[in-house]
Design a protein around this ligand. Structure first.
Ligand code: SF4
Ligand code: SF4
Length: 276
């Protein structure tokens, strides 16, 4: 059986048994509580209710914890490991193992093309941030000017300062309002002046915050010092290509070292060197 099917059936079985086990407790719980010593009907009802509600009540508090773990440890590579039972080696891409991970929008675009002959001509773009008057999710034709998109959201507020394509951590600031929306533009964040502070960069104090923050367990401090010396090959040997440019290391660095930007430059330099 293919690994992904085996995993799917295992998950289904475990989930089914877990829910069945929880539900099976229900008819017997009042009898058990009576066995424990509760004699009054009201006591039996109250304790049965408390005990049955406890897991769901707990789920309210543990849900954010699982979400945090998912944000920290979950990404495409983890998804592949969970579904296919294989680990993508550090120097390989999922496609080297015959695996492609696509999001729903990509699958819909593929279906539109093959079913209706319709190429990708529009995409959903989120426009948000404190600097925009009316944050919105819009279906936007590819090629729409940024200026028109902002107008459709009520325009910029007076304190709008910087416009970023992508998220605030990984996005790229835009210099021109005539920049077109492309097929890869998923979001536009308009930052207010109070949110954008030019910070002076200081030498590394080896605090280790960036190591704790890296979700793929790289050593951003080492990579940062190699990047400053333009030692690209050594960066590659230290798994630069596994860096997903999430920006967590830059965000946590108390010395304001633009680590992820340095890594982006290093990746570009390596690509250029390999293409030459
Ligand atoms: S967070 Fe910044 S200062 Fe701390 S070790 Fe990493 S690069 Fe150095
Ligand atoms: S930008 Fe790269 S090195 Fe920095 S935290 Fe993200 S994955 Fe790790």
């Amino acid at each position: 059986m293919e690994p992904w099917k085996r995993n799917l059936y295992s998950l289904w079985t475990v989930e089914f048994l877990a829910v069945l086990g929880m539900a099976l407790v229900l008819p017997f719980l009042p009898f058990y509580i009576r066995e424990l010593g509760a004699r009054e009907l009201e006591d039996v009802k109250r304790w049965s209710g408390f005990i049955y509600a406890a897991p769901f009540f707990l789920a309210v508090f543990t849900g954010p914890l699982w979400g945090w773990m998912g944000d920290r440890y979950g990404r495409r590579m983890m998804l592949i490991r969970a579904v296919f039972g294989v680990e993508v080696p550090a120097d390989k891409l999922p496609r080297d193992l015959g695996i492609v991970v696509n999001n729903v929008a990509t699958l819909v675009a593929i279906a539109d093309y093959f079913d209706f002959g319709m190429p990708l001509i529009e995409r959903i773009v989120t426009v948000t941030g404190r600097g925009i008057k009316r944050p919105s999710n819009l279906i936007v034709p590819v090629g729409t000017k940024l200026r028109d998109l902002l107008d459709a959201c009520g325009g910029l507020k007076d304190d709008a300062f910087e416009i970023v394509f992508g998220g605030p951590m990984m996005g790229a600031a835009q210099a021109d309002l005539d920049t077109p929306i492309l097929k890869g533009t998923t979001g536009v964040v308009v930052l207010a002046e109070s949110e954008v502070k030019a910070k002076e960069s200081h030498p590394c104090i080896r605090c280790g915050h960036c190591l704790d923050a890296c979700p793929v367990f790289l050593n951003p401090q080492l990579l940062g010092s190699l990047a400053k010396a333009e030692r690209w090959e050594e960066m590659e040997a230290n798994h630069l290509m596994d860096c997903m440019l999430c920006g967590c290391c830059s965000y946590t660095c108390p010395s304001n070292i633009p680590l992820s930007q340095l890594f982006q430059l290093a990746k570009a330099a390596l690509r250029r060197r390999k293409a030459a």
